[in-house]
Design a protein around this ligand. Sequence first.
Ligand SMILES: NC(=O)c1ccc[n+]([C@@H]2O[C@H](COP(=O)([O-])OP(=O)(O)OC[C@H]3O[C@@H](n4cnc5c(N)ncnc54)[C@H](O)[C@@H]3O)[C@@H](O)[C@H]2O)c1
Length: 340
Amino acid sequence: MTGNGLRTIVIGFGQIAQGLGEDGRMAKFFTYATHAQVLRDHPGFQWLGVVDPSKEAQKAARDVWNVAHVSEDLSKVAREVEPEVAIIAAPPGARAEIVQQLPSLKAVLVEKPLGYGGEEGRAFVDFCRQKNVHVQVNYWRRGDELYQQLAQGGLAERIGRPQAVFATYGNGLFNNGGHLVDFIRMLLGEVDTVQALDHPRPAEDAPLEGDVQAAFALTLAGGAIVTVLPLDFGHYREVGLDIWGEEGRLALYQESLGVFHYPLAGNRGLVNEMEISSDKPQVLEPTVGGALYRLYDNLAETVDGTAEPWSPGDQAVHTELILESVLNSAESGCERLHFQ
Ligand SMILES: NC(=O)c1ccc[n+]([C@@H]2O[C@H](COP(=O)([O-])OP(=O)(O)OC[C@H]3O[C@@H](n4cnc5c(N)ncnc54)[C@H](O)[C@@H]3O)[C@@H](O)[C@H]2O)c1
């Protein structure tokens, strides 16, 4: 927590900042599930402050993580620390006001969603650009090693051109729906059209207030259609993606912890035909445990001027504009909307 790294503060010290690290099952897969775990270990960052109105969160910052400057008052911590990096892990709202109060800032790592709809995120990203503050958004799959390999040709090599894609998510469109759409764009390219398939329903018990569960379809620039259906996490959790290519199938299940490749094989019921080996997957080793840490590596390099952010603000805005288009399509009676 000390050293010569970038002077860093965390704003919002709840689940993603520190609480999820206490989940023993998550720890099996995610060496780095929270910002606190990365900041404890990463030599590129000097973690000096925490800002949170909750007394309990402040106590955890002081007693569990030994953070030197802890308060509910952002301007106080800002004066004491003069942060170069802010980790914004509070719920959406007031993100630009936070940056406004930190004149020494060089970069933010900000939680998703940037806002409830693309425009709020756009205003935040434009404001950061004006202030010369780099933005990395924690759509963490963009930091994952295996997913990066898949996006950079590994997927096409295994399954060829996608022809049909099925996807599921739960706990809210602007929550896991955002992760899913961002992941689809990362792996499969840009979205040409957006169409709601039904009226969105309120997302009961979802983490983001007012969020909805929406069923929708996306047409990709490459021509394939992705259908996305919501699940009730009250029964079980899943954020899944099942990609049927011309030369194989790749599925990412168990919220991306299970990655399965199904190659082509001779058809068992017909001569001179092929089938997908859906009963014989090749399991790919997940690398999710290091994804958040790698986003920090990349952020430090971005501040140094030696890299561009892997999950930049503009990409997050684009993803969140697609989510907003789902709502617009639903309002227009499920019209198919062309997305720029
Ligand atoms: N990237 C991911 O995979 C992931 C996972 C979980 C949550 N999140 C996102 O992280 C954000 C926080 O979610 P969470 O589950 O940690 O919520 P949480 O409710 O557990 O924690 C939020 C914390 O922020 C504090 N807070 C609220 N307003 C604040 C303000 N203006 N300044 C400082 N602190 C403030 C609260 O007191 C609370 O301690 C949300 O945007 C959520 O979508 C992302």
